[in-house]
Ligand binder design. Structure first.
Ligand code: URA
Length: 184
């Protein structure tokens, strides 16, 4: 892609997985090393946890969901790290592509995992207060949720922990999804 700030990174283009006709769209951050190899988003450790979370909400990750990211190439790391967070310029460059995916998939419900997806779609961050809140967005219902990588670093299941809040959020996403699909 012309002008892509990550074009010279030498990493692969990783766009999506799942069902393009799904009514639920999930937007992550950027491909990681395993996603870069396999050419599909969320296939590494965070992806395995994501699939379990979706299944916890009774969503089949292949049938009921379409999964993409805010940035379509792995941002290469420095200082011995294999990857880094996408920069603002990278998120901005990919934003029109993310919006085009929203338009083409035409979902009823969108889940934004973590701050980078909020930055891309909502142009704001603050996941701790945004998570679990429904936002009406262009005729769709959108909810920010934690990023699964954050849960991998916070294993507690105590009430109020990131994992327990994620469980509440995926149940609420299921409730809204059923309500919207039921009224079609
Ligand atoms: N984290 C993301 O946000 N996206 C991926 O595809 C993998 C890990």
């Amino acid at each position: 892609m012309k002008d892509d700030p990550l074009a010279n990174a030498g990493t692969n283009v990783v766009i999506s997985r799942g069902n393009p006709k799904a009514r639920l769209l999930l937007i992550g951050e950027a491909p990681g090393p395993q996603e870069n190899i396999k050419g599909k988003p969320f296939v590494g450790p965070a992806g395995q946890l994501l699939d379990k979370i979706l299944q916890g909400g009774n969503f089949d990750p292949e049938q009921d969901v379409y999964i993409t990211n805010s940035v379509f190439r792995l941002p290469p790391g420095t200082d011995g790290k294999s990857f880094r967070k996408p920069t603002d310029a990278e998120v901005e460059y990919y934003r029109p592509f993310v919006f085009e995916i929203i338009r083409l998939v035409d979902p009823l419900v969108i889940l934004l995992t973590g701050n980078v997806a909020c930055q891309s779609v909502l142009k704001k961050t603050g996941i701790t207060s945004l998570r679990g809140q429904w936002i009406q967005f262009d005729g769709r219902w959108l909810m920010p949720i934690f990023h699964p990588s954050y849960l991998l670093r916070n294993q507690s299941r105590e009430p109020g922990s990131p994992k327990s809040l994620m469980w509440e959020d995926i149940k609420e996403a299921r409730r809204k999804y059923d309500e919207l699909v039921g009224s079609l």
